[in-house]
Design a protein around this ligand. Structure first.
Ligand SMILES: Cc1ncc(COP(=O)(O)O)c(C=O)c1O
Length: 360
């Protein structure tokens, strides 16, 4: 594995790396030679524009709606980026289509393998069917049955393996090596990041004076995309990541400036990672403005708030941006805020549980 960006930066600075605020707000013009080495792996704004052209026939431009009911709740100007209305119900499809559209015929004929808690798997399955690659998706036991059915329905083979996403991920990587399939990592893939970044392009085109974009984080591809686009277009846009208190690995990795493992017990499938991922953390370490954690209760309430105030069905990861906004309301007062509603594929069982706990 290549030495990490932060490791190289530590050497370049000849000292210990700290997540100092000054570093987080450095712009592209200040990047040194050592740092620019990794830029070749990182998607650029140009990559995002190219991704948009490629994926346009297969995805939709999702609505960015303002809700006065959320304005009132948060005392801010609040918009929701509706990736829950994206094809397959989540933003991930943008990444899979971009990656597979550029894959060599040789890789496609070998077949692809990846691991997922559901939405990324649907994206790879769909893209595999579009571009003629056999797809295998490893999922944790107990994965959302609706998502598993959808992966199968899109023509991919599903392998259940392990209790957590990382178990399935290791299995997929091993099997890829053994059988010669092209392994697709859900976080460490520049083409996935460039693809998912296209929703952020839509945000800044429609709302160039947005102050804050709040993005749910699992591996971090969506948040990387939001950072790459918004910092290139207008560095004063603040990007805030959200993860679950019960799955804080990406958050802790970002805070500590190194890859960290952490317990994973959240019910929000999309946020359920047990470690930080190299490429995503390299990008977030430099460009993400802040990161907050939300509780399981906070996400339950946000699922219900979406039903009540926006009349939209969200999965917990998709509602996490609203949960975070409620938590940091004081900081958002009077600002233009976009909540990324990253997906709506909640299982009926999970929805029933949430509604059963809600006082009527
Ligand atoms: C609905 C939803 N939101 C957020 C995420 C987190 O995305 P990322 O891994 O790009 O951080 C996922 C990941 O699968 C997801 O499905």
């Amino acid at each position: 594995m290549p030495e990490s960006y932060q490791g190289r930066r530590r050497k370049a600075k000849g000292g210990d790396f700290r997540m100092d605020p000054e570093w987080r707000t450095l712009d592209f013009a200040t990047i040194t030679d050592v740092e620019s080495e990794l830029m070749t792996e990182r998607p650029t704004l140009q990559d995002v524009y190219e991704a948009r052209r490629r994926i346009a026939p297969y995805v939709v431009r999702t609505p960015l709606h303002r809700y006065l009911s959320l304005d009132e709740l948060l005392e801010a100007e609040v918009y929701v980026k509706h990736e829950n209305h994206q094809r397959l119900g989540a933003f991930k499809v943008r990444g899979g289509v971009n990656l597979l559209s550029q894959m060599s015929d040789e890789d496609k004929s070998r077949g692809v393998i990846s691991a997922s808690t559901g939405n990324h798997g649907q994206s790879i399955a769909y893209a595999g069917s579009l571009f003629g690659a056999k797809a295998i998706i490893a999922v944790p036991e107990g994965a959302n049955p609706g998502k598993v059915d959808a992966i199968r329905g899109l023509g991919a083979q599903v392998l259940f393996h392990g209790h957590a996403y990382e178990d399935s991920r290791k299995h997929a990587e091993r099997l890829g090596k053994k059988e010669g399939y092209r392994y697709i990592d859900a976080a460490n893939e520049p083409m996935l990041i460039a693809g998912v970044a296209t929703y952020s392009l839509e945000i800044v085109e429609e709302l160039p004076d947005v102050d804050v974009i709040i993005v749910p984080v699992g591996g971090g591809s969506g948040a990387c995309g939001a950072c790459i686009v918004s910092k290139a277009v207008n560095p004063s846009i603040q990007v805030i990541g959200v993860q679950a208190e019960k799955a804080p690995a990406a958050y802790r990795s970002w805070k500590e400036g190194r890859i960290v493992e952490a317990p994973m017990e959240t019910s929000a499938e999309g946020l359920a990672t047990r470690m930080g991922y190299e490429l995503a953390q390299d990008i977030l370490g430099q460009l993400l403005d802040d990161f907050v954690l939300v509780s399981e209760d906070g996400m339950d309430q946000a699922v219900v708030l979406h039903l009540e105030k926006t009349h939209n069905l969200m999965e917990h990861a998709g509602a996490a941006s609203l949960a975070a906004a409620v938590k940091i309301k004081e900081r958002l007062r009077g600002k233009k805020v976009v909540l990324v509603a990253s997906g709506g594929n909640i299982s009926l069982t999970h929805l029933r549980d949430v509604l059963d706990q809600t006082p009527t």
